[in-house]
Design a protein around this ligand. Structure first.
Ligand code: UDP
Length: 410
């Protein structure tokens, strides 16, 4: 069983793994699927990723990398639509998926579904074809509602999460905290939950000489504070902007906010207005979407990366920043306490109040500029999160499910 190469169907109806990262609904989950699939493919497994057509120009079938194909299925309007509309298009998605499988004679050992919407597809495939499904929720509706920031999650989401938590063969979470939340909010069976952290592409996220990175981005010789991510109220960007207004030396500091597409406009406009109202508009740059290939320039040119989130299921941005040798100031979300070495590679905040963030930023900015040795040691602190290690663990989780299934069949 250990060496058996698997045929894996990854379902991501909601978010496209090759969509624009940092857009309203496309972030860590897409990176996760893309990176994991690439590594699984390299290991000789055969991966098909199924998503919706988000744009009429989307190729129906695309080879992404060795052993990895991406299949766009028509389901609802061929555009980026609200996640509830994705839910309502699931019958069409599933119908087209089954036809694709049938017309191409496809069979899979296991389904790996992502987010509550795709978990429902996993559930259907299990009921109709007995293919075991593992689900990863990425975020939990009940936890979001308990935090109470941003859009309220529907009862439909909560009910679907509860139902699939009980129905699926295994759940993968990225942190022990999330495992506990699954138990507390949904009554998950602890033995059914595998904890496997997310990873970082250490080959892509590498330190670049700070001065040349700044020249490349047209930045002046200032202290740079960086935020990277989707423009979502749960990320606490407003708190970060408030905190900047409390800095004594704001004239020598610049905040760069990276992320946000057309659909994030209303939130971006609010944040810009806030910066202007606090009289720090000229010290805040909204850079919009930046590709991952360009992001190492941003991380490397920054003195500090700030993650002021109310909630992260894991938080890839802090890992990417540390891999580039840039310290991180973050709230105690996801597994950041295990990733950031408090006082060494960054700072864990007590909360995301502006005063607390401002104090941590001032402290970090007052430290001497990092030499190459300290940059490399910050990078080395996250090397165990390389995707190779993570993928091995995920493949192990899949084999475990198949072993349990074959034992049950005897
Ligand atoms: N990202 C990007 N360009 C942007 C903004 C974000 O490539 O303009 C990527 C970032 O590199 C990271 C992901 O989006 O890999 C965000 O993941 P994270 O886990 O931090 O947040 P999530 O989106 O899951 O809330």
């Amino acid at each position: 069983m250990t060496d058996k190469k698997l045929k894996i169907a990854i379902i991501s109806a909601h978010s496209c793994p090759v969509g624009d990262l940092g857009a309203k609904d496309t972030g860590g989950m897409s990176v996760y699927i893309r990176e994991l699939a690439r590594e699984l493919g390299k290991e000789g497994h055969a991966i098909d990723i199924f998503t919706r057509v988000h744009d009429p120009a989307d190729p129906r079938l695309e080879d992404l990398s060795e052993g990895v194909r991406l299949i766009h299925l028509t389901a609802g309007k061929e555009a980026t639509i609200h996640k509830m509309d994705v839910y309502f298009s699931l019958p069409e998605f599933t119908f087209n998926l089954e036809n694709f499988w049938k017309n191409n004679g496809l069979q899979y050992d296991i389904v790996f579904s992502h987010y509550w919407i795709s978990a429902l597809v996993g559930k259907y495939l299990y009921q109709t074809r007995q293919i075991p499904y593992i689900n990863m929720y990425h975020t939990l509706g009940a936890v979001k509602n308990a935090i109470g920031i941003g859009e309220r999650e529907s009862n439909l989401r909560i009910v679907s999460e509860r139902e699939t938590v009980h129905d699926c063969q295994r759940i993968i979470v990225a942190t022990e905290k999330e495992k506990q939340q699954l138990i507390d909010y949904y009554g998950a069976v602890p033995e059914k939950v595998g904890v496997v952290p997310c990873g970082v592409n250490m080959g892509l996220f590498k330190p670049i000489d700070k001065a040349s990175a700044r020249v490349k981005l047209g930045l002046a010789d200032e202290k740079i504070v960086l935020f990277v991510g989707r423009i979502d109220p749960l990320k606490g960007i407003d708190k970060l902007i408030y905190s900047m207004s409390l800095l004594k030396n704001i004239d020598k500091v610049r905040l760069m906010v990276v992320g946000g597409d057309e659909n994030s406009k209303p939130e971006l406009v609010k944040l810009k207005k806030l910066a202007d109202a606090l009289n720090i508009g000229e010290h805040v740059d909204f850079r919009g979407l930046v590709t991952q290939e360009q992001l190492p320039y941003y991380y490397s040119s920054a003195d500090i990366c700030v993650v002021p989130s109310y909630y992260e299921s894991f938080g890839l941005v802090p890992l990417e920043s540390l891999a580039c040798g840039t310290p991180v100031v973050a709230t105690d979300v996801g597994d950041l306490k295990g990733i950031i070495k408090h006082g060494e590679t960054g700072y864990i905040l007590k909360d995301n109040s502006p005063g607390e963030i401002a104090r941590a930023i001032s402290r970090q900015l007052s430290l001497p500029v990092k030499d190459t040795e300290s940059i490399m040691s910050i990078r080395a602190s996250v090397s165990k999160w390389g995707w190779g290690n993570i993928t091995e663990k995920i493949a192990g989780e899949m084999r475990l499910v198949l072993e349990i299934q074959s034992r049950a069949a005897v």
